[in-house]
Design a protein around this ligand. Structure first.
Ligand SMILES: C[S@@+](CC[C@H](N)C(=O)[O-])C[C@H]1O[C@@H](n2cnc3c(N)ncnc32)[C@H](O)[C@@H]1O
Length: 235
């Protein structure tokens, strides 16, 4: 497969159906499989987006709403949060959670954001970019809706550089993640993780893609011993 084809996968309807199916157990599985650490990584993304009190901010691929809820705390009652996802079922879970009234849940496509240019003071995307069928387009859309000089933070899986950590990540996915999901009847839904991580661009390539999408500045921070990463981009 040519490099550019690897960044433009078809199959958004399949991805949407997959996240609809996992919605009822998604939060619980995240908590168990990350040993609760995903909450810390999500907080890091919110901090690195530099969202401030009173800001209007966007969480793309918000799923069941974890990061949008953190953003709501960050921007306070004077701020405004939009949580966008194309999975109806994930948004249904998000809407049921206790929340302040400055969050709006929007059913929409990350590749065609329903916002005017320069609408947001900050943005986040957590475990979304890897699942998108056209990464260059998603980054261009993210840049379009950010105000000049404003930042976004994109959290996702990453392949560690060290061989022992690579082996650990593979072991964990095979021996812990997939069997745990299998017990809930969701084997295939979680077996997709390893190939999706394998084809996801590594940090330096993410930086190059962000610059190609028009961001003036981009840095990728490996976290969790390189098994996760946060790409911080500036309009
Ligand atoms: C792994 S979940 C992450 C959810 C949440 N951000 C979190 O960190 O817990 C990925 C989410 O991306 C959404 N998604 C994938 N492709 C999308 C697209 N093209 N437009 C909008 N949402 C999309 C899925 O529906 C799913 O809810």
């Amino acid at each position: 497969m040519a490099k550019s084809d690897a960044l433009r996968q078809p199959a958004s309807p399949q991805v949407e159906a997959l996240f609809d199916r996992v919605a009822p157990v998604y939060d619980e599985l995240n908590q168990t499989l990350s040993l609760g650490l995903h909450r810390i990584w999500k907080r890091m993304a919110v901090l690195w987006s530099e969202a401030q009190t009173g800001d209007r901010v966007l969480d793309i691929c918000c799923g069941s709403g974890d990061v949008a809820l953190l953003l709501a705390q960050q921007v306070g009652a004077a701020g405004q949060v939009e949580g966008l996802d194309f999975s109806h079922q994930q948004l249904a879970v998000a809407r049921q959670r206790p929340q302040p009234d400055n969050i709006t849940w929007v059913e929409g496509n990350a590749l065609d954001l329903p916002y005017a240019e320069g609408s947001f003071d900050a943005a986040t995307m957590s475990y979304g970019l890897r699942n998108l069928s056209d990464i260059p387009r998603a980054l261009a859309e993210l840049r379009r809706v950010l105000k000049p000089d404003k930042k976004a933070a994109i959290l996702d899986f990453h392949r560690p550089r060290s061989i022992p950590m690579q082996q650990f990540q593979r072991w964990y996915l095979h021996q812990v993640v997939v069997p745990t999901a299998e017990r809930l009847g969701l084997r295939d839904e979680y077996a997709y993780l390893e190939p999706s991580i394998a084809r996801f661009p590594q940090g330096p390539q993410q930086v190059r893609l962000a610059i190609a999408a028009g961001f003036s500045h981009a840095v990728h921070y490996p976290i969790a011993a390189g098994m996760m990463g946060v790409l911080v981009v500036k309009h």
